[in-house]
Design a protein around this ligand. Structure first.
Ligand code: CU
Length: 238
């Protein structure tokens, strides 16, 4: 975490996305993605739990300058089939900007490189030194990029198959279950660079949720200390 020591440069910062189930697809699961950006170099940590076990889950940073820069809603089911496909979600989150692979290429070309993504229902991995273009770096640092983890076992039979869902809108050789968006989160800038030194009170509103938790924990400790002091004072009076 960049709680301190981050140089005060406009091109450096951290951000995160809270990953929640995509409406209609209703995959059981949640997760988070954390980013550090230095110029056009990206570091990420992605974790998620609760998705289909023993199955690959493609994950990407999506971004579209003309997209809503949001996660899809049920209204995005354009063809009315009752599922949000990756294509259905595109007006919300745009195309693939970065493939969050476990190794090798991270370009959009690796979007469906399912042998280089996380596998299973309890996944966490990190990558460092990923080079991205300036628009992507800006969207990850300032917000607007959207993290999507794919792969939904709609019919709950423990594997990706065509079932009621049919073939993938991205690749007809794959079942739709393998590529449908499962979890989604909009990247929120933590704006740590804007926090005044030592200014927890004035900076708290600009902190990300995880840092707010740390600030709240510090506050509890301070309150506890004040209570102990008050009790001692009472004891000495008696
Ligand atoms: Cu994606």
């Amino acid at each position: 975490m960049l709680l301190s020591g981050a140089p005060a440069m406009a091109s450096t910062g951290s951000s995160m996305a809270d990953l929640q189930p995509v409406p209609l697809n209703d995959a059981p699961g949640s997760g988070s993605a954390m980013f550090e950006v230095d110029g056009t170099t990206l570091h990420f940590t992605l974790n998620y739990q609760g998705l289909l076990a023993d199955a690959p889950h493609a994950a990407h940073i999506h971004f579209g300058a003309d997209a809503r820069q949001a996660c899809p809603t049920a209204e995005d089911d354009a063809d009315g089939d009752g599922f949000i496909s990756t294509t259905d979600g595109a007006p919300a989150y745009g195309g693939i900007a970065v493939s969050l692979t476990t190794e090798g290429d991270t370009s959009p070309d690796s979007g469906l490189a399912i042998d280089r993504f996380g596998v299973g229902d309890d996944v966490s991995y990190s990558r460092e030194g990923i080079e991205v273009d300036q628009a992507t770096a800006d969207a990850v640092m300032a917000g607007g990029a959207v993290v999507v983890v794919h792969g939904v076992d709609h019919n709950g039979n423990g594997e990706y198959d065509e079932g009621d869902r049919g073939a993938s809108d991205l690749d007809p050789a794959l079942p739709g279950e393998a590529t449908d968006p499962a979890l989604c989160g909009v990247v929120m800038a933590s704006q740590m660079d804007d926090m005044p030194a030592g200014g927890v009170d004035t900076g708290a509103a600009a902190l990300g949720s995880q840092n707010l938790l740390l600030a709240a924990t510090g506050g509890v400790a301070l309150v506890g200390g004040a209570l102990i002091l008050a009790r001692r004072r009472t004891d000495s009076v008696n």
